[in-house]
Structures are given as C-alpha cells and as structure tokens.
Design a protein around this ligand. Structure first.
Ligand code: GRF
Length: 320
C-alpha cells in the first residue's frame, strides 16, 4: 500500500504487543509500517526482537538521561518522521507537554476493560471483585492515566480456576489480536470518506452563517442567507479518475492554483470541471493532514464567497 502511516512503538520490556504490531504490518493491505522501536530501557527484550526483524531500534536509557530523556525521544521521533506512537508495555508516565504535542496520534494498550481498573494489577482486581469477564482496551493517550477515547476493546471470560497469572496470559493473546486490528481501523478512518467529511463539516459549520447542502450529490457547505447562499466548500470523492478524497475550495485564480499544485502536488490538485472556475482541491485521505491548515483554507474560501455584510463583520473582528 502506498503512503503507509509511519508508526513508532515504545516499550519497556518483553515487547510481545510490539511483535504483534510488526507481524500484522506485513499484510499487503496494512495501512501502517513500524519504522522505529524505542523505549526507556536499553536492555528491554523487545528491542532485540525488533532488531532481528530489521527495524530501526533506538535504545534510550531514561534513567541515565534524566530530564533530557523526553527531548531525546522527541528528537528521534522527529528525525524518523513518525505519524503515530503506539505504546506497548511502556512503563513510564508521560509528561503532559509531550502528550499534547502528540494529541490524537498516540495510542496505548491496557489489560482491562477501561474505564475499569486503571493502572497496575488489573487482573488481580478483576478476580478480587468476582468479575466474570476481563479483557483489554486500546485507547488514545491523554494526560490522565488510561483515560483517553476508547478505540477498541475485547472481552476475555474469567474461569473459576483462573489466577492473575493465567488470566494475564489469556488476555495477552487477546491483546495481540486487538492491538493491530484497532490501529488498522483507527488509521483507515483517516481514509474514509464519511469520516473525512465529518471533520470538514465540523470546521466549515464553525464559520458564521453556514449550512450544509449537497452539490450534484456531493456534501457541500454554503454561506449566506437562504435566498442568496453560495457554496464555499464541496467534497470530492475520487471523482473523474482523480484518485484522492479531498475538499474543493475557492482560490484566488488560475496562477495561484498552478503554483500551489506545482509546489505541493501531494497536497493540491486541479479538479475536473471545477478547476476552470478557481476551485482548488486539497487532498485529505493522507496520514499527515494538517487540519489547522484546512481550517485556514475553509475560512479563506468562506471569505471569498460570503456576502459583503458578513465579510465586513469578519474583518472588523480581525482588526479588533
Ligand atoms: C501488556 O499486558 C499491556 O497491556 C500492558 O503491558 C503489557 C506489555 O506486554 N500495557 P508486552 O511487553 O507487550 O509483552
């Protein structure tokens, strides 16, 4: 698959979930590749496995590095060009500023059915409480411990004979299925037309006096009062042989369009039929979409199509 997401796996020990992520990535249609394995302990067993699999390994020692550790890690991730961090048995509390920098692009696997049993000794807690099911959860990482959006969960039945150890072993088998599967679904949604349309809609409808309407069957957004409203954004779903999903927005003219497409062909395209009337396409089914940038373009296009009474207000607000 072209343009796979680049994943870094962070571990502290055994690395069996890391291995599961690596092996799953070998499927031809897998939307990610593991390009870096690192962590906080240079002797973590998983590093050895990753190395044997030909994956770039960075053995960082958090204890020895002290306060410099998080900067070193960040630097390594930047150099490697990482789209997603997958924590897999990474046993260190992550500072809030690091999490903020990776918001929405850092996931973790936890051996319980969250929000039950955050932290350690989850299977013992499940047994002590007489639960009949345990399981595992993959979630987005936020500053609170084990509390970000749940992306995937799997249940594992508890046997009367289970000890924390036997239960842990079986939950681990389930983790190995759940983690790659959830990461794949999570990454694929950024290539899904309805998901992308939802993101654009959220941003478009934040602008004043906007409404949703389809244009020749495509989702679109208009500005202005009912009688005189105009489209300022229209979705593009691989129409007319163009292979990407994107959004069409008004640019300043043919010169700007040609310049942008020449400079960044991976980001911009000239849509058939719409191109001649200054609609430029922004490709959105890529792993590295900058949604702030898209929001800026939506605002620009809104400004180009909005009636003067609205743009005047906007300009006044900007100057204020
Ligand atoms: C797993 O149980 C995972 O859920 C938890 O730590 C353990 C890591 O195991 N966060 P491994 O290193 O992936 O084998």
């Amino acid at each position: 698959m072209a343009d796979r997401s680049r994943v870094a796996v962070l571990i502290s020990g055994r690395g069996s979930n890391m291995a599961a992520l690596i092996y799953a990535s070998r499927a031809e249609d897998c939307p990610y590749e593991v390009v870096l394995v690192t962590g906080d302990k240079p002797d973590a067993h998983g590093l050895e496995i990753a190395k044997a699999e030909g994956i770039q390994v960075e053995p960082l020692d958090a204890r020895a590095l002290g306060a410099a550790y998080w900067d070193r890690l960040q630097q390594r991730l930047d150099e490697t060009g990482i789209d997603l961090i997958a924590l897999a048995g990474f046993m260190r509390i992550i500072p809030a500023d690091f999490v903020a920098r990776w918001a929405g692009r850092i996931v973790n696997i936890h051996p319980s059915l969250l929000p039950k049993y955050k932290g350690l000794h989850t299977q013992q807690q499940a047994l002590d409480n007489g639960d009949t099911v345990s399981g595992a959860t993959v979630h987005l990482v936020t500053p609170g411990l084990d509390s970000g959006e749940i992306l995937g969960q799997v249940e594992v039945a508890i046997l009367p004979s289970d000890t924390a150890e036997t239960l842990e072993e079986r939950v681990l088998i389930a983790e190995h299925q759940l983690y790659p599967d959830t990461v794949i679904r999570f990454l694929n949604r950024t290539r899904d037309f309805d998901w992308i349309t939802g993101k654009v809609s959220e941003l478009a409808l934040k602008l004043p006096e906007t409404s949703f309407q389809t244009s020749h069957g495509s989702p679109g957004w208009k500005v202005g009062s009912k009688s005189g409203s105009k489209f300022f954004a229209i979705m593009w779903n691989r129409h007319h042989g163009e292979e990407n999903i994107g959004v069409l927005l008004k640019c300043s003219g043919q010169d700007e369009m040609a310049q942008l497409i020449e400079a960044e062909p991976e980001q911009y395209f000239r849509p058939a039929y719409y191109g001649p009337s200054d609609w430029i396409g922004i490709k959105l089914d890529r792993p590295r979409v900058d949604w702030d940038h898209v929001a800026g373009w939506l605002q620009r296009s809104w400004q180009a199509m909005a009636p003067p009474r609205l743009t005047k207000l906007m300009r006044a607000a900007d100057e204020f």
